[in-house]
Design a protein around this ligand. Structure first.
Ligand code: CP
Length: 320
């Protein structure tokens, strides 16, 4: 595996899930694969889960992880080509990427969407430079439009908890005080489309996700109707994807607290499990009662981030 970006990169999903369960049962069985290998984990943005789970996964595989927080541990990096570098950015990605790549065997990159230029974000301008100039396998640790390590962990969690052959999974928009990227809902929708689930997406008008991620999912604007009979409720905020109105890209169009997932919403489901990628704003995205209930999967879901990362790194090490 040379890149981990889209669900297609992981190949057969059934095989990937079986491998994830094997890795979870015996995390140190492939420690020999990473001997004398180094992974560089490059963060342009904050992280708790991705940073720790990636380091732990690398250590499980016997690799040396190096974490670099851009702008804190390093020079501030310029990411745009052709600019006069007379500002506060001391180094360009064009040099920094091959230099970082010369010290490692695999690179993971976190680089959020800027949310001002839809074309730049949806062209993945930062991550694509890492793929182009590093010459190394590259993992998206949440880039402008996708968060595949999260979506894979979400799928593993659903696999572990489902009681039906084809569970109903509802991705619900929920309010948030800040404008957030669409990477998590994009990847969640993409991975659920590839899995054996019935996917329903619900959000207020204007929050339509990019059609390439929505795929065959049903879009239902009535949140309560969407949640009826759900087996899994996946809550997430995202800013306007600019699909119906490009001028609104990255904007907050609604803060309607009626969309906050609470007991009233969960009551119409089929005793659904609650999921969220974390970090979560309590009583904005989800009520205390729901996230603290026995049906909340947020902690096992976060724990599975180690497993999804380890499967991806294992596959990359095997193909070096
Ligand atoms: N879910 C997730 O990616 O968490 P972090 O932003 O803390 O890494």
């Amino acid at each position: 595996m040379k890149t981990f970006f889209h669900v297609s990169d992981i190949g057969d999903l059934r095989k990937a899930l079986d491998e994830a369960l094997e890795v979870k049962a015996n995390p140190f069985a492939w420690k020999h694969l990473g001997t004398d290998k180094t992974i560089m984990l490059v963060f342009f943005n904050s992280s708790l889960r991705t940073r720790l789970s990636s380091q732990k996964a690398a250590l499980n595989l016997g690799m040396n992880p190096i974490v670099l927080n851009i702008g804190q541990d390093s020079w501030k990096l310029e990411t745009e080509m052709g600019v006069v570098m007379d500002g506060d950015k001391s180094e360009h990605l064009r040099e920094a990427i091959p230099v970082m790549a010369s010290y490692c065997d695999i690179i993971g990159v976190r680089s959020f969407a800027g949310l001002s230029d839809r074309e730049a974000d949806y062209n993945e301008t930062v991550l694509s430079q890492f793929i182009r100039y590093s010459g190394k396998p590259v993992i998206s640790l949440e880039s402008a439009t996708v968060h595949p390590c999260q979506a894979f962990a979400d799928l593993i969690t659903i696999e572990e908890h489902r009681t039906k052959d084809r569970p109903k999974v509802v991705l619900s928009w929920a309010p948030h005080p800040k404008a957030l990227p669409q990477a998590v809902p994009n990847s969640f929708a993409e991975w659920m489309n590839a899995a054996d689930v019935e996917l329903v997406i619900t959000h207020p008008h204007g929050y339509e996700l990019d059609p390439r991620f929505v795929g065959n999912a049903k879009v239902e604007y009535d949140q309560m109707k969407a949640l009826e009979g759900a087996d899994f409720v996946y809550a997430k905020n995202w800013s306007c994807p600019g699909v119906t109105n490009p001028g609104d890209y990255g904007k907050i169009l609604s803060k309607d607290m009626g969309w906050t997932i609470d007991e009233r919403h969960m009551a119409v489901t089929d005793n659904a499990f609650f999921m969220h990628c974390l970090p979560v704003r309590r009583n904005m995205i989800v009520s205390d009662a729901v996230i603290d209930s026995p049906r909340s999967l947020v902690i096992p879901e976060a724990a599975n981030r180690e497993i999804s990362a380890q499967v991806v790194m294992k596959r990359m090490l095997e193909s070096l």
